[in-house]
Design a protein around this ligand. Sequence first.
Ligand code: CP3
Length: 345
Amino acid sequence: MAAIITHPFLAACRREKTSYTPVWLMRQAGRYMEEYRKLRTQHDFLELCKRPDLAAEITVTPVERLGVDAAILFADILLLLEPMGVGLEYTKGDGPVIHNQVSSRTHVEQLLEFDPQEALPFVFEAVRKSCAALNGKVPLIGFAGAPFTLASYLIEGGGSRNYLKTKRLIYSNPGAWRGLMERLSSLTAKYLNAQIAAGADAVQLFDSWAGCLSPEDYERFVLPHTHATIANVTPGVPVIHFSTGTGGFLNSLRAAGGDIIGVDWRVNLDAAWDYLGHDVGIQGNLDPAALLAPPREIRRRVAEILRRAGGRPGHIFNLGHGVLPETPVENVIAMVEAVHELSSR
Ligand code: CP3
């Protein structure tokens, strides 16, 4: 247990000095890895999520293969929507689909109530099995979708380009929107706390699509609900608050909460950190496409991000979004090595 407490990833979450900058990658357990693709030929995605033995194996493999400083649970943000009765499906090529979309207050009221602990036992079993397999080598990150990003899937029925259905509901039916966000906010906090109770050492909240909003809309319609989620996470457990395309309102992301704010590559890390204030940590922010470049170029870009972080405590190196399926695994390994080597102090 002592090894975990002093691990660089958790120390960085607390903005303590570390002997090198810790690094992990969003979507490090995924399709760019041969081991994962092989398992996927035998099982569909939801089946993998619901088999704790396999989910734990997929969680641990990249830690061994890449030498990263944290594991992230193999699961998905949309698993929490399935027990609401909305019909979740992962279709080949098209990404996730929600069959019964939400477009009115009546729909919001029809969403089934449930306790995450009882409805998603396989997630918590996967946390326990992952912790056992990691055996204190690196911390385990649990995660959930932030209320806005989850709501956008419920309303759009999948991914979206402009989030028009979501915005239409926000603008034309603010009462229904508030009801939906309040449900999602309390559900998400319970879900994260159940992962923590099962052994997760830190949690990340993914607000992947918040960047489609104006600063004013984020502040009025999203911030209070994300704030409520984060405020209800078990005290003392680090929270990473991640989003993309939100460089124009990082102050509001910060105000919503989190020990570490995740930023993408559309903003320079030093400018983002100045904007956030140096009394909060930062995670990021290499462009995932940079991992398609030759290793020398990857190393140069890693050095540039580390230079912008300025050796300040509280930087966790990551991509600005998930690893792309096209990424060569050797390039990921080169990135992790470059971060460790160039940040050693
Ligand atoms: O990071 C990890 O390695 C842990 C596992 C993880 C997955 N999804 C596995 C997954 C995590 C943390 C997520 C989060 C997630 N899921 C987000 C937030 C992060 C982000 O990328 O913005 C979102 C928006 C989703 C929803 C989702 N799930 C989409 C849009 C898709 C399809 C497109 C894609 O990127 O693959 C999924 C499917 C999914 N989730 C896969 C994996 C490994 C691929 C499934 C397959 O094998 O076909």
